[in-house]
Design a protein around this ligand. Structure first.
Ligand SMILES: [Fe+2]
Length: 300
């Protein structure tokens, strides 16, 4: 990368994504440092900066260079922390051991997250990220073409808020790189809007497993004091719940942008004709959402 400060050293960690950067000091970054980190993030999708150990204030100030910050909408954090900091302690049940992109049940899901690994066990507790560019590009042309024309309903059921819902394209365009992203995840994506319930289940089961193919991933072993930054628009992550002892992370989250579809939806939402039946329940959530958005008239 041409504009990177000369004293920095970048080491790629896997074929699909991930790099470690030695050299920056996030507690006192220049504008050029921030631009360099943005460019490295566009190239590597997730970057790790060891030996930073910022104060809470420095962590927040660093995050603000990338945009306005938001607290977590549903999960409680440490009340001693400023609202911008989301703290997760494994001892209080905070282990994100299901594949997800953060907060996709929101209309504008987080742009990126900046995580400070405050404390971690000597063994275990790695995080795995996957490239949703590589996942899309690895699909066959017929499957790409099908996915290009679909949208999906996401909800916050895992946070006990199933009423928080939105619809996103199954394939989004990354605004900085212009590349296509396969944008469905096991944790929050509930239903393909244009398909019946059994078709939707089959396709989502396939796609959400496909994105976890090891060849699209990087697995990172943390040391305390390391900062991890990921682009939430083109990755998913998963924490290995395989450790004993305490693991404490502090995260700041940059407010998201509007999700742009790679292509307009090719089909109408799936609306069943005819009488109500036992299987109508599978469509209820989708119908309720479409109705709340003024997108359908009939009752279920
Ligand atoms: Fe997460």
């Amino acid at each position: 990368m041409s504009n990177m400060p000369k004293s920095w050293e970048v080491t790629r960690l896997a074929g699909a994504l991930g790099a470690e950067i030695q050299g920056p000091d996030i507690s006192d970054p220049s504008d050029a440092d921030i631009e360099a980190i943005k460019a490295l993030l566009n190239e590597h999708l997730v970057v790790f900066l060891p030996n930073q150990d910022p104060t809470v204030d420095a962590h927040i100030a660093f995050g603000r260079h990338f945009g306005p910050l938001e607290g977590h909408p549903n999960l409680g954090s440490n009340s001693d922390m400023p609202p911008e900091i989301f703290e997760l302690r494994a001892s209080k049940g905070g282990v994100a051991d299901e594949w997800h992109t953060d907060l996709t049940f929101q209309e504008q899901p987080a742009l990126m997250s900046i995580l400070h690994m405050v404390n971690c066990p000597e063994n275990g507790g790695d995080t795995i990220w996957t490239s949703l560019y590589a996942a899309y590009e690895g699909l066959s042309e017929p499957m790409q073409s099908l996915c290009d024309g679909l949208t999906a309903l996401h909800d916050a059921l895992p946070h006990n808020h199933p009423e928080q819902m939105t619809i996103h394209p199954v394939v989004r365009l990354h605004p900085a790189t212009g590349r296509k992203v396969l944008y469905v995840n096991e944790h929050f994506t509930r239903r393909i809007v244009e398909m019946n319930a059994t078709e939707s289940d089959a396709l989502l089961t396939y796609l959400t497993k496909w994105v976890t193919n090891p060849q699209f991933t990087i697995r990172y072993n943390w040391q305390p004091g390391t900062i991890g930054i990921w682009d939430n628009r083109c990755t998913q992550h998963f924490v290995l719940n395989d450790f004993i002892g305490e693991r404490v992370i502090q995260r700041v989250t940059v407010v998201g942008d509007q999700v742009e579809a790679a292509e307009p939806a090719k089909w109408q939402p799936y609306i069943r004709d005819g009488r109500l039946s036992a299987t109508s329940r599978h469509d209820r959530q989708l119908y309720m959402y479409l109705k709340s958005q003024g997108l359908m008239e009939s009752e279920l």
